[in-house]
Design a protein around this ligand. Sequence first.
Ligand code: PBG
Length: 332
Amino acid sequence: MKPTVAPFPAARLRRTRVSPAIRSLVRENSLSTDDMIWPVFVRDGEGVEEPVASMPGVVRRSVDKIAEAAAEAQALGIPVICLFPYTDPALKTEDCAEAWNPDNLTNRAIRAIKAAAPEIAIMTDVALDPYNINGHDGFVVDGEIINDETVEALVKMTLAQAEAGADIIGPSDMMDGRIGAMRSGLEQAGHRNVSILSYSAKYASGFYGPFRDAVGASGALKGDKKTYQMDPANSDEALRLIERDLNEGADMVMIKPGLPYLDICRRVKDGFGVPTFAYQVSGEYAMIQAAAQNGWIDGEKVMMESLMAFKRAGCNGVLTYFAPAAARLLNG
Ligand code: PBG
């Protein structure tokens, strides 16, 4: 369908912009607290809220503080919280066994949140990097990130998280065959209603820098992630990955990073019509916050504009570190 425009002055397109009332009447997209997933960082200790230097406004919280934050998020109307652990370097090993420890930070945080804020859904991250001595998302053998053995470990990790009470599993590792393996593992263990939000189109991006600081993986990482994360030059490949993950049983899909990849979001939504999410990653957040702190942009305005962009691009929602701040604004 082609939009029609009458000749001037029959059509004056400014007429529908003339007042706040008319503008709200013709607004095509809307942003609500329902659209947000809030990523948070967990660390050990008690009563701890430790700022992440490269992400102004973001802190690493001990489990008790995570539970408090989840209760606040629930009160703000944020439907989902997503957990990322800052693992004690002493617990990082080559075999990554801490990843499926039922009492690791993530799994303890899940139980604490379920007790404190039972209505908020909990999403987890599945990848080995927070537990891996070399910072990679998979096992490294002779310099190669090995696929199939990694997938077996990811299934163990998934089951430990589901056992602890996770509602949504978020595989961010980009190994092949992981979604099918996780889905059948979950089914066999009776976790039929635990869903999978696959990081299907995840690019090897420079925008993850501050996150790797936040989870303490930047020092550890040897080399880059280009043999498993996508080449930023590719677009058709993203569609193949999405289709593959859906066929293996993904319930929802994600594109990551966010703003630089809105073209992918639009293609995915138009092509598949499935629940589609984007991750406004740490570097995107850091850039907005840094410019705002310098007084170069209006931080609140840019925050809301950037979040609306995801809706306009067809996303059902967005993972964003801005979630509580945006929710407060939306709630007035
Ligand atoms: C790790 C993971 C990363 C992010 C989420 N999960 C980083 C990476 O792949 O190196 C990035 C999130 C962000 O930058 O905000 N599997």
